[in-house]
Design a protein. Structure first.
Length: 224
């Protein structure tokens, strides 16, 4: 009887039997394994320093799976992570247990052609170009301070939803449903790579924007 009682207790208490659990998803950008803060100097591997002055990007269509079965999704279609806004990188939700999650960096074509939207998709957020070009998926601005004191500004407004310049990136990760799940985007190699090829500005849908979004997607990983 004690054994049966234990089994019953485990079935009731274990999230594996379908109970929803409270989860915080935290989206962090890193440089040198440190969380990026706007206005702070970060040492680069070549001796220079980088300062980030503005970082904004969209995370959309966040969905959760247990094996091949979809067990939940975030109600909001898209979230704008803005490092100038406290806690905009944190998502709080309740979900059934999952072991895989998917999401997009950027916004799909249907969102881009839906006209003027509200909330995080409001054009006043500074992430909308025009009806022809749509939304900016990822905005990255700052400057590199070279060892001799010279400064080089960089401005990357990465967007585009029409072929061949559709810059949205779909990502998928194995991730267990724990109390904290971190989505991490390290920018070290991206900034260094762009400096080496002297690419300091992207302001429209383009091949360069697509490739940079793909690079950001490859750098992204998920950890408890």
């Amino acid at each position: 009887m004690r054994f049966l009682a234990f089994v019953f207790y485990f079935m009731v208490q274990s999230p594996a039997f379908g109970q929803k659990v409270e989860i915080e998803i935290q989206v962090d950008l890193e440089f040198g394994k440190s969380k990026i803060e706007l206005g702070k100097n970060y040492a680069m591997s070549n001796g220079d320093f980088v300062v980030f002055q503005n970082i904004q990007f969209y995370l959309s269509d966040l969905q959760f799976y247990k094996g091949n079965k979809k067990v939940g999704h975030l109600k909001e279609k898209a979230l704008l992570v803005d490092l100038s806004k406290k806690n905009s990188n944190k998502i709080y939700l309740k979900s059934k247990p999952f072991n895989r999650l998917t999401f997009n960096l950027g916004l799909d074509s249907s969102t881009n052609v839906s006209g003027v939207l509200a909330g995080d998709l409001d054009p006043t957020k500074g992430m909308y170009w025009t009806w022809q070009s749509g939304y900016i998926h990822f905005k990255l601005e700052g400057k590199i301070i070279q060892t001799g004191g010279a400064e080089q500004e960089f401005v990357y407004h990465l967007g585009g939803y029409q072929k061949p310049f559709a810059a949205i990136v779909a990502l998928e990760f194995q991730a267990e449903a724990t109390s904290l799940v971190r989505i991490i985007i390290p920018l070290d190699s991206l900034i260094l790579q762009n400096q080496e090829v002297e690419l300091f500005q992207i302001m429209r849908p383009s091949v360069e924007a697509v490739e940079m979004m793909k690079t950001i997607g490859r750098l992204t990983f998920v950890t408890p």
